[in-house]
Design a protein around this ligand. Structure first.
Ligand SMILES: Cc1ncc(C[n+]2csc(CCOP(=O)(O)OP(=O)(O)O)c2C)c(N)n1
Ligand SMILES: [Mg+2]
Length: 381
């Protein structure tokens, strides 16, 4: 079928052939910041916890904006912005318990923040001075993965492994969360991961951020049904949540992870959101999407609705916002300074950690590279 014959996404992002209604979108906070209730997913957080979630949203956005600016100034090779996806990431990231393990794509800066990974570690990767960035075990947050969808297989294998270790079942059980995008949902790897996770009842939550674009490809070219409905065909539950609602993403992910840790197998969570920025700093979305689409989604900004909620519930005063702004400024200044101060690595060090032990082929490549670099000796850079 020609691409032009595929259904286009409606204003709410639902496919024209979709049988879903808005009622299937789990939401606890309207775009105006009104608290709504849901029979299956509800949460009752303390005032402090609500404030903390907003704080996370603000600081994560600030990291993203600062990193984008650093790339524009030539300090990072590239940056994959998360603008608009803060609630999906903070809600799901904060829903994780300490013992849980996350397998990210390349855009999960908000989840990294929730896991306690220093943003400078992320910047080191995008600056090209680090081959990985962090110890995955330390924060139970795996390395960023550029090969679309492959981390869903890693996550599933890991989840099958912890089941064999006896780490699943009960309140202290471990659970795994695999992040991926709407574009990745078409990858063979993702579909294979679904099969394995289902058949082996693996304790893994597949968290799809449907930001409606895979670079310049709209979701309508990936699927004719809402993505969360795909789970049913694989034999596990799927749920669509408002990805711009931090309370809903928290509640839905919390339940899915708890189900997994108690031995009830996988869940697919589709966080319905929107990538307000470019795919990466190398991309220009004005070439392929309408400005009106972006304007419509700006009205659903995840930070604004949480801010309205805090105001309406009288959970904050002006001091709170003033202090948060000062904290965001300090964080931005710290990461900017830290980024500029990162030392360049020895170019030959890239051969050091490919394998635990070196191989003859690697030694050969290392020697060739050393000879090549020696050719520049004495030249000014
Ligand atoms: C296996 C593979 N194929 C293609 C690419 C190139 N690529 C990088 S990002 C991307 C789109 C991914 O879209 P999506 O899964 O929706 O994630 P998003 O970037 O929107 O968060 C593609 C095709 C890749 N990195 N890996
Ligand atoms: Mg996408």
């Amino acid at each position: 079928m020609a691409v032009t014959e595929l259904p286009t996404a409606g204003p709410d992002g639902q496919s024209a052939t979709s049988s879903t209604t808005g009622a299937e979108l789990v939401q606890l906070l309207t775009p105006e910041g009104e608290r709504v209730h849901h029979c299956d997913y509800d949460i009752d957080l303390t005032d402090g916890q609500y404030r903390e979630l907003y704080r996370d949203l603000v600081l994560v956005r600030r990291i993203d904006i600062e990193a984008t600016a650093l790339q524009r100034q030539g300090e990072l090779g590239i940056w994959a912005a998360l603008l608009g996806q803060e609630a999906a990431q903070v809600g799901s990231g904060r829903a994780m318990r300490e013992q849980d393990f996350a397998f990210p794509t390349y855009r999960e800066h908000g989840v990294a923040w929730c896991r306690g990974v220093d943003p400078l570690r992320l910047l080191g990767l995008f600056r090209g001075v680090s081959n990985g960035g962090w110890d995955p075990q330390e924060k139970r947050f795996n390395l960023y993965t550029i090969v679309i969808g492959s981390q869903t297989l890693h996550a599933t294998g890991y989840a099958m492994g912890i089941t064999k270790d006896g780490a699943v079942g009960g309140e202290d059980g471990e659970a795994v969360i695999a992040y991926f995008g709407d574009g990745a949902s078409s990858q063979g790897d993702v579909n294979e991961a679904f099969v394995w996770a289902s058949v082996y009842n693996a304790p893994v939550v597949f968290f799809c951020q449907n930001n409606q674009w895979g670079i310049s490809t709209p979701t309508a070219n990936q699927t004719r049904i809402p993505l969360y409905q795909r789970a049913r065909g694989f034999g596990f539950p799927g749920v669509r949540v408002d990805g711009n609602d931090v309370l809903a993403t928290y509640a839905v992910t919390r339940k899915a992870l708890d189900d997994a840790r108690h031995g009830q197998g996988p869940t697919l969570v589709e966080a319905f959101t929107y990538r307000m920025g470019a795919h990466t700093t190398s991309d220009d979305p004005t070439r392929y999407r309408l400005a009106s689409e972006l304007e419509a989604w700006k009205l659903k900004d995840p930070l604004e609705r949480m801010k309205s909620f805090l105001y309406k519930q009288q959970l904050v005063d002006s001091d709170f916002f003033g202090q948060l702004e000062a904290d965001a400024d300090a964080l931005a200044a710290r990461i900017r300074k830290g980024c500029l101060e990162m030392p360049d690595p020895d170019p030959l060090s890239m051969f050091d950690e490919v394998y635990d032990e070196t191989t003859p082929l690697l030694q050969e490549q290392r020697a060739a590279q050393a000879e090549y670099l020696a050719g520049f000796a004495g030249e000014a850079h």
